[in-house]
Design a protein around this ligand. Structure first.
Ligand SMILES: Nc1ncnc2c1ncn2[C@@H]1O[C@H](COP(=O)(O)OP(=O)(O)OP(=O)(O)O)[C@@H](O)[C@H]1O
Length: 382
């Protein structure tokens, strides 16, 4: 059953009208020595995925929210409560923020049993031992780990330890859970089960908190998140519903994860289906409105690209001169990737059958022409 999350959020907050998005998470933080300057918001109960290349600032963001890192300027507010405010000298310590962190490594207390690990938070919060035992059992049941209650962390597999760590993180009833690549350290065989569990717990009604999920994996964003934020070089370059960001990417990173070719240029004419990219006119289907001189994106799938050794003549196609950088096998289809573009954005990609690659005798370093029909190109303002 698909839960109507908005309706559920309304029920949770006792509101009958639109959800009060002002009571979720608000972050505005600048760290000068890291070139980090990020602003973002998430509604109460929302699952926000944060994607970005290595060194983009994802962990820095989590550390600022958790109170482990003090920004040079800015604030963090959660549920209307100010947790960090540099100007106002507010710095609520990490353990008083109502925020749990689930890292790649489960970091369970090795000398405690699984049940004691999960009961630890509620106990520290002042709950009596018997009550904390009941809470621990409930959360172990929620993550399918009741049978592990008496074990010590050393007797758990990576996947089991991560399930227990999730129970421990949620047992304190946080307002927000920060997930730092929770699947990254798991075996590929175990990751899908953990993902399914996270989906059930975070998107169902078991946990009543919001979540910020840092990931490298677009599948995590697709299956777990309400919204996606892409960070590049310490700045938010995209944000919106996951499907919107992937359908209309504006950054090279989002285009790459969406598996599409993205060209960003300038519109020569208002709302016409052509865009100037590095002096080359690219034609496509118009989606939206813009003025002459506005920033416009042209997007097309690698499967829509035909590869030619000579420039195709007399055809109504867009053609691009490309030097092949690599050929990669993608399960029976060969992805032909061109060298990075002059502005540093990723090279264009074409998907061909192995037979076509063999017939054209394509090899890295070879100059070729990529052709794509205007009807296959989607042009929109960005
Ligand atoms: N302890 C530190 N002191 C100073 N600079 C740091 C420190 N940790 C990270 N940085 C820098 O801050 C920037 C952001 O790093 P951060 O670890 O937040 O990126 P990330 O997106 O989490 O990367 P990854 O995906 O590789 O984990 C990088 O330029 C990095 O070199």
């Amino acid at each position: 059953m698909r839960i109507d999350r908005d309706a559920w959020l309304r029920r949770r907050s006792g509101a009958s009208g639109p959800i009060d998005r002002g009571h979720g998470l608000e972050v505005a933080a600048r760290l000068d020595d890291r070139g980090f300057d990020v602003e973002l918001t998430a509604a109460a109960g929302e699952v926000l995925a944060v994607l970005g290349p290595n060194g983009a600032g994802k962990s820095t963001l989590l550390n600022v929210i958790a109170g482990l890192l003090r920004p040079d300027a800015g604030y963090v507010r959660l549920g209307g409560r100010m947790l960090t405010d540099v100007a106002g000298a507010v710095a609520v310590p990490p353990h008083r923020r109502g925020i749990s962190l689930l890292a790649q490594d489960s970091l369970l207390f090795p000398h405690l049993t699984v049940a004691q690990n999960v009961a630890f938070g509620p106990r520290s919060g002042g709950m009596r031992a018997a009550g904390a035992r009941v809470v621990a059992r409930e959360w172990l049941a929620a993550v399918d780990a009741v049978e592990l209650a008496g074990r010590r962390p050393a007797q758990l597999s990576g996947g089991q330890a991560q399930r227990v760590a999730l129970a421990r993180a949620l047992a304190v009833r946080p307002d927000l859970i920060l997930l730092d690549e929770p699947m990254a350290a798991l075996d590929v065989a175990v990751a899908p089960a953990m993902r399914a569990l996270l989906r059930r717990v975070l998107r169902g009604t078991e946990a009543t908190c919001g979540a910020v999920l840092v990931t490298h994996d677009i599948i995590d964003a697709l299956t777990l998140a309400d919204r996606l934020v892409v960070i590049e070089a310490g700045r938010v370059v995209e944000s919106g519903p996951v499907s919107t960001v992937l359908a209309r990417p504006r950054s090279g990173f989002a285009a790459r994860v969406a598996g599409v070719n993205l060209l960003v240029g300038v519109a020569a004419t208002a709302s016409a289906g052509s865009v100037l990219v590095d002096g080359v006119e690219v034609h496509g289907r118009v989606d939206g409105q813009w003025g002459a001189g506005d920033r416009v994106a042209a997007v097309f799938a690698p499967t829509a690209v035909a590869v030619h050794l000579e420039p195709p003549e007399g055809s109504p196609r867009n053609t691009f001169r490309v030097r092949i950088a690599e050929l990669a096998d993608r399960g029976g289809i060969i992805r032909v990737r061109g060298a990075d573009r002059p502005d540093g954005s990723p090279g264009l990609a074409a998907d061909l059958t192995p037979a076509a690659v063999a017939e054209l005798d394509l090899t890295p370093g070879l100059p070729v022409h990529f052709a794509v029909k205007a009807t296959e190109v989607h042009v929109y303002p960005c």
